[in-house]
Design a protein around this ligand. Structure first.
Ligand code: SF4
Length: 477
């Protein structure tokens, strides 16, 4: 063996130390659970983030697999982004075209996801308005009357003697539901809620030609334009991104908010708390995770049923503690004060407490790995939406249908209660939670700035304009 080889052999490869929990999360509760997950050998996103190395072509958005001739990979040219760029895919697509197409497909996916949530809400709203389901009701008639004109629905009718009469509320609700649902499949014209934008903004969109015609149409058009050999002009592609994004933000998502408010009531300020410390060791803990309030609203009601509270007591629990993660959490937080268990990054850590008897998930932001983490504990992961199932682990599926919503919710709560007695691992809940006030809906802010009769945004707007209020931060889940 040469001296060089001996030297090489004697160098003991140093194990790379994992980063300190405080370098991974600022939140103390998360740090505590990261330590526990490591001690138990349970892998979480904080571990995966250490080994995941982004592909530098993918990071630039210049890998294309939009047709079967690819994938075409366009690495950065010599001289970097400033140098002469002669990169092309097999079809001749430039780096700009490929990057714009990839971005456009991300916009399409995001708009599709948000707006499909809105479609589900519109379908349930219509079922409630037509009285095809007994579990959902038209609750906030004030908001219904406020939004009806935006959907082209009259709220009054002329009486026999020329007097103005209020139309039947059920009729208005059905027409609003039909008009709302039609926005998805509309082929021409404008998505009706876009007109709510401030006039200068609306005029700018009109001038730029980015007013969406229909919600689904703009998303489908992105998929078409980004296909091989179609739109090969990055600016033109980005223009379509704007159309789809407006269709989502000022269409699908806004309509979802409108109809949810009518069905479940507009949020008003309510006290609650947040972080993993909201879990309770002596309660059945049900964590609701995902995006849609249709299911969680029912679970909130089911968890208050005396028969299910009795069952929880019989199993040795003092009660049922509901909490939420992600947008579903936000929905039940702002309407019912149900505490927030954690954010997106805490979904695995909530299970690591050993206290979660069931994590009920619907759509979006649900890490597939929750099923793996749950396998190390007694936690049941319950998928509920036919669009979003998880293959890994011992996940169970209890399908949620708006026509049998309350019964489905009861079944889910019962499953969680039955699981309470199966806790095996020590329960360690970080003693960390923060008090909060949520529920500042548009309507609530307007009310708080002037009361029932003089509610207005004038005070807020005026103080922003005169500089006394420096700005407003939106915290988006
Ligand atoms: S569309 Fe063009 S760049 Fe993309 S995979 Fe096909 S040939 Fe390659």
């Amino acid at each position: 063996m040469t001296a060089e080889e001996v030297k090489k052999k004697s160098v003991v490869k140093k194990e790379k130390k994992p980063p300190r929990p405080e370098d991974l999360a600022i939140d103390v509760a998360s740090q505590e659970m990261i330590v526990r997950s490591r001690e138990m050998g349970v892998e979480t996103i904080f571990d995966r983030a250490q080994t995941m190395k982004a592909c530098n072509i993918g990071a630039q958005g210049t890998c294309c697999k939009n047709c079967s001739q690819g994938p075409c990979r366009l690495p950065l040219p010599k001289g970097g982004i400033e140098g002469e760029d002669t990169r092309k895919g097999l079809c001749g697509a430039t780096a700009q075209t490929i990057a714009a197409r990839n971005f456009a497909r991300m916009v399409a996916a995001g708009a599709a996801a948000h707006s499909d949530h809105g479609r589900g809400v519109a379908e349930t709203f219509l079922a409630a308005a037509r009285k095809e389901t007994k579990d959902y009701k038209i609750k906030d008639t004030k908001k219904l009357l406020q939004i009806a004109p935006d959907f082209g629905v009259d709220i009054t009718v002329e009486g026999k003697d020329g007097e103005t009469l209020m139309r039947d509320m059920d009729e208005i609700a059905v027409e609003v539901g039909e008009a709302a649902l039609a926005q998805w499949g509309q082929q021409q014209g404008e998505v009706c809620t876009v007109k709510r934008a401030p006039a200068p903004r609306y005029e700018l969109w009109k001038k730029l030609g980015v007013i969406p015609r229909g919600i689904d149409r703009e998303i489908v058009e992105i998929m078409h334009r980004t296909h091989m050999g179609v739109d090969q002009h990055y600016e033109n592609l980005v223009e379509q991104c704007s159309r789809a994004a407006i269709a989502d933000g000022w269409g699908g998502s806004m309509i979802a908010t409108d109809l949810q408010d009518v069905m479940f009531g507009c949020p008003y300020p309510v006290k609650s708390s947040a972080n993993l410390g909201v879990l309770r060791e002596d309660h059945v803990n049900i964590v609701i995770h995902g995006h849609e309030p249709l299911l969680s609203e029912m679970i909130v009601q089911a968890a208050e049923l005396p028969e299910l509270l009795d069952l929880a007591n019989k199993k040795g629990a003092k009660g049922i503690q509901l909490s939420g993660i992600c947008c579903t959490a936000n929905e039940i937080l702002m309407r019912h004060g149900v505490p927030l268990c954690g954010d997106y990054l805490q979904q695995e850590l909530a299970i690591v407490t050993g206290a979660v008897d069931a994590m009920v998930v619907d759509v979006q932001c649900i890490m597939e790995s929750v099923a793996n983490v749950a396998q190390c504990f007694h936690t049941k992961i319950i998928t509920t939406n036919p669009r979003a199932r998880i293959e890994s682990g011992d996940t169970i599926h209890i399908e949620f249908d708006e026509h049998t919503a309350f019964e489905d919710a009861k079944k889910i709560v019962r499953t969680a209660i039955e699981n309470f007695t199966k806790r095996e691992k020590e329960v360690i809940i970080p003693d960390v939670k923060q008090d909060l006030v949520a529920g500042f809906s548009y309507e609530a802010i307007e009310y708080h700035l002037g009361g029932t009769f003089r509610g207005s945004y004038y005070t807020l707007n005026d103080n922003i304009i005169n500089g006394r209020i420096r700005g407003i931060a939106g915290v988006v889940g």
